[in-house]
Design a protein around this ligand. Structure first.
Ligand SMILES: NC(=O)c1ccc[n+]([C@@H]2O[C@H](COP(=O)([O-])OP(=O)(O)OC[C@H]3O[C@@H](n4cnc5c(N)ncnc54)[C@H](O)[C@@H]3O)[C@@H](O)[C@H]2O)c1
Length: 251
């Protein structure tokens, strides 16, 4: 019996990277998964791979900053799978600048809209359903940049910090209905988001030094934590910060 048998999950930004790993792990453990993303080709292909491995998944094009897209993704989950138990708020962007002096208001607004407002809209869209069923798990992907001031992007730091405390607010608000909310704080993980910086040998060497375990993360390292928080194994865990960073913030 899978760890998510009979459950239904929506993973934003699930077309590739950490979100795609979450979707695959969840499906392998018995969940039906709706993958919501802007990237239609990658999203359809990730859903297709899951189905070919015997899992249940569908792709729904969505922009996490658009309320109507959330409603559509949730309708897809309800129509095809009859319910929604898990939301992974994973979609995110980063606009890196060499220093604070180069950051523009537009960089800030764009990043906040996806990384912060997107998480709020997702929680707002699923909470009534979960409240009604008196069961649910919301997993918000923040970052170690939401814990300490290391980001190369001002909006990224602020948006991920906002996700950290918003998650605790959600946990308190939704606890009376047995709906849980937790955040995950990954260190540097090898995905398309970090590919450019990790391709640089000097940056890679610096990253290896910054992570005491001596390697950068893989999407699966984060998906394993998301799986735990999504499952009933964490039924007494809410408002928690799960740091998965190879020891980066331990110093
Ligand atoms: N890779 C890392 O080192 C790292 C570290 C800490 C936190 N994170 C966080 O993990 C999450 C996933 O990142 P990743 O590394 O897999 O990056 P990624 O770029 O590979 O994946 C992000 C996905 O989000 C989607 N997305 C972006 N904007 C969207 C929008 N408006 N609506 C819907 N989908 C949208 C993208 O199309 C993409 O598929 C992000 O929230 C990121 O901030 C990543």
């Amino acid at each position: 019996m899978g760890r998510l048998e009979g459950k239904v999950a929506l993973v934003s930004g699930g077309a590739r990277g950490i979100g795609a790993a979450c979707a695959s792990f969840f499906a392998r453990e018995g969940a039906a998964v709706v993958i919501g993303d802007l990237l239609e080709k990658e999203g359809a292909s990730t859903a297709d791979q899951i189905v070919r491995s015997g899992g249940r998944a569908r792709f729904e094009r969505m922009d996490v900053t658009a309320e109507a897209d959330w409603d559509r993704a949730i309708a897809t989950a309800s129509r095809n799978y009859g319910r929604l138990d898990i939301l992974v708020n994973n979609a995110g962007i980063a606009i890196a600048r060499p220093s604070f002096f180069e950051v523009t208001p537009s960089d800030w607004e764009k990043t906040m809209a996806v990384n912060s407002t997107g998480v709020f809209l997702g929680a707002r869209a699923v909470a009534p359903l979960m409240k009604e069923r008196r069961s649910g798990s919301i997993v918000n992907i923040s970052s170690i940049s939401g814990l300490v001031g290391i980001s190369a992007s001002a909006g990224y730091a602020a948006s991920k910090g906002a996700v950290r405390v918003f998650t605790k607010y959600l946990a308190i608000q939704l606890a009376p209905f047995n709906v849980r909310a937790n955040s995950i704080h990954p260190g540097v993980v090898r995905t398309d988001l970090t590919a450019k910086s990790l391709a640089d040998a000097a940056a890679m060497k610096r990253n290896l030094e910054l992570h005491p375990l001596g390697r950068v993360g893989q999407p699966e390292d984060i998906a394993a934590g998301a799986l735990y928080l999504a499952s009933d194994e964490s039924s007494w865990v809410t408002g928690a910060e799960l740091v998965i960073d190879g020891g980066y913030t331990a110093r």
